[in-house]
Design a protein around this ligand. Structure first.
Ligand SMILES: NC(=O)C1=CN([C@@H]2O[C@H](COP(=O)(O)OP(=O)(O)OC[C@H]3O[C@@H](n4cnc5c(N)ncnc54)[C@H](O)[C@@H]3O)[C@@H](O)[C@H]2O)C=CC1
Ligand SMILES: O=C(O)C(=O)Cc1ccc(O)cc1
Length: 302
């Protein structure tokens, strides 16, 4: 039996539209409704026939849903929850896909019925955004981390987990604060580094004319892909996961200072040891059948 029959998606960008396409592909009898704050996005969603019903107001999109998934930037979750609260059917479950979980738990838990909120985070995405960037197979063999609240109803959690499995994800449960610490180092910090290094290179461009772009080889190109990620989404991630990111950034800065020191003092052994260790880490990840390219972030198996 399908875990849900009527799914509503609020926010029809990369992730919202990917969920819609995946539901159409893997659970074709589910009725899909949704809404986006942008009139242009709603128009595109109608043109590409993303959903059965694209509503002009968030409330109208959830009125007969049994699952509502909020797919908006994390800073907008609270406002959307407040917008739908009055129209939400009493037995509907509300989930989300936000990249940070502690702040979203607070934003949703305060506004929506206790027990019915089951936050989640599909660890799958790209640097693209918008309704036309989504694709049905985005979640295949990717992790979806489910982070129930203290009062989330267990049956509701199980149904949300089943929903993600149906669209191809591998599911794991985690406490929201633990999720935020893990993702700070595996996802948020790498994005911050990419944003920084591409900015630094761009500043250098004034001096070196076109050399930075002309000679940008593999490593730098990978950074530019990540640094092309949506500015609103990532602004919200860093403001929402402030404590964990600052903690990881502090540790990163200390490690970077050690390498800086090794270079300054010509300590080749220290550099070699570090690089040999990280090479071994990468090889063990590949041996475990995990990810092979920057674009495959979060993938469990090749
Ligand atoms: N981009 C990625 O790779 C991943 C993103 N996420 C999370 O998914 C969520 C959505 O991200 P994307 O789909 O990538 O962003 P996106 O920019 O492609 O789509 C977000 C959509 O939300 C709409 N929106 C913004 N505020 C709204 C509001 N108040 N009411 C209704 N619609 C509103 C925007 O108009 C936009 O169409 C974020 O919380 C992000 O942290 C999670 C996993 C991966
Ligand atoms: O495109 C990439 O490399 C990503 O890192 C995608 C991504 C972005 C944000 C998430 O919360 C999860 C996955």
């Amino acid at each position: 039996m399908l875990p849900f029959a009527r799914v509503s998606i609020i926010g029809l960008g990369l992730i919202g539209s990917s969920i819609a396409r995946a539901v159409r592909q893997y659970m074709p009898t589910v009725r899909l409704s949704g809404h986006d704050a942008s009139a242009q996005v709603r128009e595109t969603a109608r043109r590409i026939d993303l959903l059965d019903d694209v509503a002009d107001h968030a409330g109208a999109a959830v009125i007969d849903a049994d699952l509502v998934i909020l797919c908006v930037p994390v800073g907008a979750m609270g406002a959307v929850a407040a917008e739908i609260a009055a129209d939400l059917p009493a037995d509907a479950i509300v989930s989300d896909v936000g990249s940070c979980k502690t702040s979203v738990a607070q934003a949703l838990g305060g506004v929506l019925p206790p027990g019915r909120v089951v936050p989640a985070h599909p660890v799958a995405g790209t640097e693209q955004s918008g309704p036309e960037a989504g694709f049905a197979t985005l979640f295949q063999r990717r992790w979806c981390i489910v982070t129930p609240l203290a009062d989330s109803d267990e049956a509701a959690v199980v149904r949300v987990e089943e929903f993600w499995r149906r669209i191809g994800a591998d599911v794991e449960r985690m406490a929201p604060d633990h999720h935020d610490l893990v993702l700070a180092v595996t996802s948020h910090l790498p994005h911050l580094i990419a944003y920084t290094i591409v900015g630094t290179a761009d500043d250098l461009e004034q001096v070196t004319q076109s050399e930075v772009i002309k000679f940008s080889a593999g490593g730098f190109r990978d950074f530019t892909r990540i640094a092309a990620s949506d500015p609103v989404m990532w602004r919200d991630v860093f403001l929402s996961n402030k404590e964990a990111v600052l903690e990881m950034l502090q540790r990163f800065s200390e490690d970077l200072s050690q390498l800086q020191r090794a270079i300054r003092w010509g300590d080749g052994d220290a550099l070699y040891d570090r690089f040999a260790k990280t090479r071994a880490i990468r090889r063990s990840i590949v041996d475990q059948g995990q990810d092979d390219a920057a674009a495959d972030f979060g993938r469990r198996h090749d």
